[in-house]
Design a binder for this molecule. Structure first.
Ligand code: GDP
Ligand code: MG
Length: 903
């Protein structure tokens, strides 16, 4: 089943059906290959093309070999719109590298990369698995990225550890809505990219058109390194895609179909070539290439001035220049092929080696010390201490948690004592693993620049930094992974009381793997709520609870997660003295506090900083807060430990025991500088205990807003006064007192005359960045729908013409070259595969497509898939990602409150 991007279609209606299907279906054992010991296929290497990766070679601790190994390593990922052929292409790569005996097929659900059961059933890639294979003396660590919007965190976390990316485009669909989304994600991280225009065998394939769209829609400089070899089908007017022309070497490349494309033949292309049209176009492409590169590269312009012949510049010189320009993200080399037909994959693999960077060609990673200072990681030579990032945690039934790490400095050794500087816990690496397609290999170390799996870690979560246990830099943290807070939630009901504990444990394990999931307990109902990024995300999580963790639980209706805050930026509400005096478990509990609560100004969004629209002040967004602490902690969970866009200030100081005049003066000065003074004798509780009690009180008040009980955000809470009454001021009494004071301050909302929470508080709702792609004739209808019914704001209306959405603002001259597209109608390939053919061919003439970008509340996007199809006769497409929370207008807030309170 193919799930189109950006689909929330079954949010409510279909969920019941889904659950009943789950409860009746049989769950199989986890997939074999993950658990396989050394597989014969790999270790014996019966395959001709097989090139074993010798562990001694890659993992040698001899430094010169390690240096060589790092030069020959490529950490890459494939980014694409769903259905572009990411999985199919990956399968071919693994096969040609000799790591699988037969080619997997996404349509029959047996591919290696899509190893999770859920992925197989749904035909989409959910979990990014890192897989290693060798190619031409290089070691490629391929990190698969999912294509569904609910799993953007997976894309984000993969991109965080990638050094380069391959973008796969569907030659029929061209640049698609989600291509833009993932492209921007990679651009934000400055990841060099190469592009592969796939599905050239399909009717309506347009290589030239796709290249032009890369220029206009992605704003990059696409440089054509191959042109498709289209040949006439005998007796018809049609053509067929039979291979590619290598513009650098001026050769024709053809693949042998009997060997499933494993054999490829290169023939020189010159003026004697029988098909003169092919030769003429190749010459044009070569001339364009040399012109483009010499405009950007000193070396090539010099060569050109000497040789004065576009054809005479050697392929290796061009290649070196293309490498330099790709590494600096100046250009994007473009190749083409048809992975399903086994055409074009090996040159793509060559290009990964030739044009994408090794780990040491990337800028050094940055880490942050406890004092806020930024340090470069990995630039310090061989003696540098270990620093690694856990970028993924997978729960494996047999091995326990498998933590995927990338080592940025030093070397991670088997059995090493480690320090997790994010959780401040000691860890021990029991075993280290390297993941191959069919095989898992135990390895003695993971060297700098490499990716591997650590077993035996107990508390490490996605985004955590791992250091040597003896490293004095205890708080050093690599900049974490941007984790969005959940926008959907559903209750998880254990089947019986004996299931409660296992359910909670299982959810915690899931959150460790996927920090974009969250859990909290609703105080009023006592229900456990699971939060996530979309309905598919939650469905998959629930399915995994049942199948992987074997717990008995049901999931309730999915709902959007709103937030609450005080109305009006800058509003300050003060409760100067709040007294608490109550019996707690038969004992008197007392405390008196003062607090202020301030509504924070608009936040800047970390994720959008490179986007041209982010500076747009008319934006309806108040984006997520930048996490100043440099850790992802604050955004990790929905539970009471998070700050969730709030700031808390609790500063306490001890009274100086000195009683003389001078001593009292010192104490007063100290108090002014560092906070509230706790008079000696007023309590036996140590300051850290007091602080924790106060913080817990504040967090408890922030966890529920006055309107509908949603978590509060954008608030700054400060303790202004504290009176303690000896033994009666227990930690519980202090927490309760603080919680009540903060709740009261929020209720008043700086407007004590009314104290009406509906006026003083405001609901915030998740806002999506939406890209819609429609035919010209539907633009009016679609925009009307977005800005009317859906309360959206249209930001831009791109047009596929050269003057439209260029982000290319510098002065570098770039002359686009794109070959003409053949008039192939495809009558010769009635059996063309591809479940997506219906969704793309229907767009018809691609030239009149328009790309609309808008900000729309998530609640208005439910069911948009079906709505867009209805509005556009099935031709429209869209993709979206969460960008933050925006305030609701008053009328809508009132209606929603009425609806939710059932009154
Ligand atoms: P992913 O979603 O990007 O991983 O895409 P898949 O690899 O799952 O491919 C999506 C669909 O496109 C599948 O039905 C594939 O068989 C089909 N497909 C992939 N590559 C090609 C190709 O080169 N030509 C054609 N005609 N179909 C392809
Ligand atoms: Mg896939």
């Amino acid at each position: 089943m193919q799930v189109p991007a950006g689909t929330f279609r079954s949010a409510v209606r279909q969920s019941t059906a889904q659950f009943s299907r789950w409860s009746t279906c049989q769950f199989q054992q986890p997939q074999q290959h993950i658990h396989a010991k050394h597989s014969r296929a790999v270790t014996k290497g019966s395959h001709k093309a097989f090139m074993p990766v010798q562990s001694s070679r890659w993992y040698s601790s001899h430094s010169h070999k390690a240096d060589e190994a790092i030069k020959n390593a490529r950490n890459i990922g494939i980014i694409a719109h769903i259905d572009a052929g990411k999985t199919t292409t990956t399968e071919r790569m693994l096969h040609y590298a000799g790591f699988t005996r037969r080619i997997g097929d996404v349509d029959s659900g047996d591919t290696i990369m899509d190893y999770m059961k859920q992925e197989r059933e749904r035909g989409i890639t959910i979990t990014s698995a890192a897989i290693t294979f060798g190619w031409k003396d290089h070691r490629i660590n391929l990190i698969d990225t999912p294509g569904h919007v609910d799993f953007t965190i997976e894309v984000e976390r993969s991109i965080r550890v990638l050094d380069g990316a391959v973008t796969i485009l569907d030659a029929v669909a061209g640049v698609e809505a989600q291509t833009e989304t993932v492209w921007q994600q990679a651009a934000r991280q400055g990841i060099p990219r190469i592009a592969f225009v796939n599905k050239m065998d399909r009717a309506g394939a347009g290589f030239g058109r796709t290249v032009r769209e890369m220029r206009t829609r992605l704003g990059c400089r696409p440089v054509v390194l191959q042109i498709p070899l289209m040949e006439s089908l005998q007796g018809t007017n049609d053509t067929q895609f039979n291979g590619v022309v290598d513009v650098l070497t001026m050769e024709v490349l053809r693949w042998d179909s009997d060997s499933k494309g494993a054999k490829l033949v290169r023939l020189p292309l010159d003026s004697t070539y029988p098909d003169q049209e092919v030769y003429q176009e190749a010459v044009k492409a070569r001339v364009a290439l040399v012109e483009q590169i010499s405009a950007l590269d000193e070396n090539i312009i010099e060569l050109f001035l000497t040789l004065e012949d576009h054809m005479a510049i050697e392929a290796k010189d061009l290649q070196a220049a293309i490498r330099r320009l790709t590494l600096s993200s100046t250009i994007v080399p473009v190749l083409c092929g048809a992975s399903f037909r086994n055409i074009g994959v090996q040159p793509l693999m060559d290009s990964v080696v030739d044009y994408l960077p090794s780990p040491e060609e990337r800028p050094a990673a940055l880490g942050r010390m406890t004092d806020g200072k930024t340090v470069e990681i990995g630039s310090g030579g061989p003696k540098e201490r270990l620093c690694a990032l856990a970028f993924k945690v997978v729960h494996d039934a047999r091995r326990g948690p498998m933590v995927f790490v990338r080592v940025y400095a030093g070397q991670l050794n088997e059995r090493a004592q480690l320090w997790n500087s994010s959780t401040h816990t000691k860890e021990r690496a029991n075993k280290l693993l390297q993941m191959y397609a069919m095989d898992v290999e135990e390895i003695p170390h993971i060297t700098k620049g490499n990716i591997g799996v650590v077993l035996g870690l107990k508390d490490t979560r996605t985004g955590d930094t791992l250091l040597d246990a003896h490293d004095p830099r205890k708080g050093l943290a690599l900049s974490g992974i941007k984790v969005p807070s959940p926008v959907f939630f559903a209750s998880i009901e254990p089947m019986s009381t004996s299931d409660e504990k296992p359910v909670e444990e299982a959810i915690k394990a899931l959150i460790r793997e996927d920090p974009s999931l969250g859990m909290r307990v609703d105080e009023e109902t006592g229900q456990t709520l699971l939060g996530g990024m979309g309905e598919l995300h939650l469905e998959v999580a629930k399915e995994r609870l049942v199948s992987d963790f074997k717990v008995k639980a049901e999931m309730g209706r999915m709902r959007i997660s709103f937030k609450e805050t005080m109305r009006g930026a800058g509003v300050v509400s003060e409760v100067p003295a709040w007294e608490y005096d109550r019996e707690i478990l038969g004992k008197r509990g007392r405390a008196k506090v003062g607090v202020t609560v301030e509504r924070l100004e608009k936040f800047e969004d970390q994720g959008e900083e490179n986007s041209p629209e982010s500076s747009n002040s008319s934006s309806m967004i108040e984006s997520r807060k930048k996490n100043k602490k440099g850790s992802t902690d604050a955004n990790l969970h929905m539970g009471p430990e998070e700050y969730d866009g709030n700031e808390i200030i609790v500063s306490l100081a001890e009274q100086s025991p000195s009683t003389d005049e001078a001593g009292a003066l010192v104490a007063a000065e100290k108090a002014a500088a560092s906070g509230i003074v706790i008079p000696t004798g007023s309590t036996d509780l140590p300051i850290p205990v007091l602080r924790t009690s106060i913080k817990n009180g504040i967090l408890s008040a922030l966890s529920r807003g006055p309107l509908l009980g949603y978590a509060q955000t954008h608030l700054k809470v400060r303790l202004t006064d504290l009176h303690l009454f000896g033994g009666e001021s227990t930690p519980a009494a202090i927490s309760n007192c603080v919680a009540a004071a903060v709740t009261e301050a929020i209720r008043l909302g700086g407007n004590p005359s009314t104290g009406d929470s509906e006026n003083n508080s405001v609901l915030l709702e998740p806002i999506m960045d939406v890209r819609v792609e429609v035919a010209e004739k539907d633009v009016g209808t679609v925009i009307g729908d977005i800005s009317g019914t859906r309360r959206g704001r249209v930001l831009s209306l791109g047009q596929d013409d050269d003057s439209a959405t260029h982000q290319d603002e510098d002065e570098i001259e770039f002359q686009l070259y794109a070959p003409p597209d053949s008039t192939y109608t495809g009558s010769g390939s009635a059996n063309s595969p591809g479940g997506s053919s219906s969704s793309t061919s229907a767009v018809g003439t691609m030239s009149d497509r328009r790309s609309i970008r808008a900000q729309v509340p998530l609640s208005s996007m439910l069911g948009y898939d079906a709505a867009l199809r209805a509005l556009t006769g099935g031709t429209g497409k869209f993709a979206m990602e969460v960008i933050g929370y925006g305030e609701m207008d008053f009328d809508r807030q009132r209606d929603l409150i009425k609806e939710m309170r059932g009154g």
